[in-house]
Design a protein around this ligand. Structure first.
Ligand code: CP3
Length: 355
């Protein structure tokens, strides 16, 4: 497909390790409930209805782009569309978050999970939203596609919703390691085909979200997360060949593994706020781009304090092989103006550092 010419490729250059004239910046969950215009659309529509309606998903993807000087758009959707495509019912309960009325609890429940997914049939609506958004973005900034990492998706499918410690999901790893591996393999297969299809539909960069890395022991991470996320990077790039795009791995609580992940094909490693930038750089080496990692709650600070924390973050990461972001997503009670301070400070301070 022919799309409008890209006019700002800062984030792609930073991901590939090329020179930039200012540090690119975006925010996870930049389209979300902290924006009044998002809440307005949400009043009239169910969450997954928005995901399934390309016009609405596109409109919401563009909301933060119209407001702020961001360097990337991320397609509006959710990581839980993959469990839905695998046959599970997922609802988004306002004020509570995701809810699976019938989670997987015992191995025989795997009978309710599809073994393969026809991406176009089950998730074609995401591809339509991606293609439409590429057109409407008119080349302003690159469009990022994403999926949840297999362990993070499996943990939701078994737990049935959010939880501080995911005891049901962890029980599976201890009592049903073979079935866990089987389920992770099924999810991995879908993730690979899904990400490839997203790029073919217009996504210019990809991010894999491992929001639940920190729940695992280090050896569980090596057994139940690492092989699957490594396979995703390798297989997506193989399948895309010359069309391959930069890939980012975000983990919450997965610092111990970022050195290995940096060697497994990801171009960008996105870190949370619990690691110092210098330490992250030491772990990943010089050939990978880092993304992160301001504590999202720093956005509760006043303007001066927030700008100073942002400058401090930039000073520590440096302007090479770096994409500025928060250590996790935007939260509903943030003021939109605080994201503006973050974004504008990244731009102005990095331009100064680079000049
Ligand atoms: O702007 C963007 O980043 C794009 C859209 C996006 C959403 N979810 C929209 C959303 C993205 C990239 C996600 C990813 C996602 N979804 C993750 C990984 C990132 C992370 O935050 O760790 C996870 C774990 C989920 C699962 C999920 N979806 C949860 C736990 C929740 C509830 C928590 C909450 O903030 O309410 C959601 C709901 C959700 N996904 C909302 C949005 C805008 C709010 C839902 C609403 O309007 O009621």
């Amino acid at each position: 497909m022919e799309f409008p010419k890209l006019r700002n490729d800062l984030i792609l250059r930073a991901a590939r390790g090329e020179d930039v004239e200012r540090v690119p910046v975006w925010a996870m969950r930049q389209a979300g409930r902290y924006l009044p215009e998002f809440r307005k659309v949400r009043e009239d529509h169910d969450f997954f209805k928005i995901c399934r309606t390309p016009e609405l998903a596109c409109e919401i993807t563009l909301q933060p782009i119209l407001r702020f000087d961001l360097d990337a758009a991320i397609i509006f959707s959710d990581i839980l569309v993959i469990p839905q495509a695998l046959g599970l019912v997922v609802e988004m309960v306002p004020g509570k978050g995701p809810h699976f009325p019938q989670p997987i609890r015992e191995p025989q429940d795997l009978e309710r999970v599809a073994t393969t997914v026809d991406i176009q049939m089950e998730l074609g609506y995401v591809m339509d939203a991606v293609a439409l958004t590429r057109v409407r973005l008119d080349g302003k900034v690159p469009l990022v596609g994403f999926c949840g990492a297999p362990w993070t998706l499996m943990s939701y499918m078994i737990e049935g919703g959010g939880s501080p410690s995911f005891p049901h999901a962890k029980r599976w790893l201890y009592t049903y390691p073979d079935e866990s591996t089987k389920l992770l393999g099924i999810i991995t297969e879908v993730c690979v085909n899904y990400l490839v299809a997203k790029v073919k539909s217009g996504a210019q960069m990809l991010q894999v979200f491992e929001s639940h890395a920190g729940i695992l022991t280090i050896s569980q991470f090596r057994q139940f997360a690492l092989p699957f996320i490594s396979a995703i990077a390798r297989r997506v790039k193989e399948a895309l060949g010359d069309e391959a795009v930069p890939m980012t791995y975000f983990s919450r609580g997965g610092h111990h593994a970022i050195g290995t992940i940096a060697e497994s094909g990801y171009d960008v490693i996105s870190v949370d706020w619990t690691i110092e930038p210098e330490e992250a750089r030491k772990l990943v080496g010089p050939n990978v781009t880092l993304q992160g990692n301001l504590d999202p709650c720093a956005l509760f600070s006043g303007e001066e304090k927030l700008a100073s924390l942002t400058r401090d973050m930039l000073d520590k990461f440096g302007c090479k092989r770096y994409i500025a972001n928060l250590g996790h997503g935007m939260m509903p009670d943030f003021k939109p103006e605080s994201l503006e301070v973050f974004v504008n400070t990244v731009h102005s301070h990095s331009e100064k550092l680079l000049s």
